[in-house]
Design a protein around this ligand. Sequence first.
Ligand SMILES: Nc1nc2c(ncn2[C@@H]2O[C@H](COP(=O)(O)OP(=O)(O)O)[C@@H](O)[C@H]2O)c(=O)[nH]1
Ligand SMILES: [Mg+2]
Length: 348
Amino acid sequence: MYISVIGPALSGKTTLFQALSGVESARGFSDGDNIISIDVPDERVDELSRIYRPKKTTYARIELADTVAISEGNVKDSTINAKTLQKMRMSDAFILTLNDFEEAAAAELEKEFHGIMSEFILADMILIEGRLERIKKQAGKKENTALLLEEKLLEQCLAHVGEGKPLRTLELAVSDEKTLRGFRFLSQKPMMIAINCSEDGMGEMPGEEERDMEGCPVIHVCASLECELAMMEEAERAAFMEEFSVKESIRGRMIRLAFDTLGLISFLTVGEDECRAWPIRKGMNAQEAAGAIHTDLASKFIRAETVSYADLMKYGGMAECKKAGVWRLEGKTYIVEDGDIISIRAGT
Ligand SMILES: Nc1nc2c(ncn2[C@@H]2O[C@H](COP(=O)(O)OP(=O)(O)O)[C@@H](O)[C@H]2O)c(=O)[nH]1
Ligand SMILES: [Mg+2]
């Protein structure tokens, strides 16, 4: 999972990046190479680790990148370099920061959002047109069904972006989605918006997910305050949070939003060696989940020993769960649920 923090210059990208990662990074120095892996806070992993006392405790991880500024006109007049765009394309999702700490008008924020969205749409349009041109050249040579299908699909995409709409809002069949995956279209990626508010506005910030911008969830944050918070010692932090009526630090809030937006859940593995959370897409089956651990476990999959975290807590141990009949042997097609504790039985 790889998320890029993007946005106009001086909107607080680097500040937010530091608040989320807890790591100081040089200002004005970020060209997308600034990537940090952050742990996903998970109380279930904490608790399991207390019970099993493993040698190692591993949380789910998200890769976070701080990127250079992007604003309206950058793609149109090629003032953003290809390398930066390519890095953006590699992301699974974006966090768009917008400067509201200088009390921007709501209309101003909307305008900035639309400005960047239209750059993404334009970048995708250029990509689609380029590919269509190459297909047309190839198609002359010999009949090719796959190519014809791709062409038809891309024409559909082109019409969509041509109306100024992001590819995110184009309903696609699963097979079409697969065809398009390789293009890594910018306007297709999930986007979360972080409205960077001033310190004064902290107490009266609206609740989470109260609004969205064209389907993109919005989170309100005071990045500079959160950044200070992230750098503090535990004890100092509590007092600070109380003073500014911050209930939960941005890292937890943002990660939950990211999991929601990207449709992720975590399953868990336990043992004396390691207790660990594994992020997967909601709807994955047991065999696919096994593949998240190791490809061998997927190909040699036999059964998934499964018990829910809630049941393990309720009954107090694996043996007790077996006795109560809540410990299960699930097959390949079992759809894994958030908080399932799984042990894969695989052949040799
Ligand atoms: N008052 C206030 N200033 C902020 C906030 N976030 C960032 N800034 C300031 O805005 C400037 C630009 O921030 P930076 O994170 O470097 O922006 P970037 O260019 O988007 O990476 C810095 O001087 C920050 O101290 C905030 O939440 N409140
Ligand atoms: Mg920066």
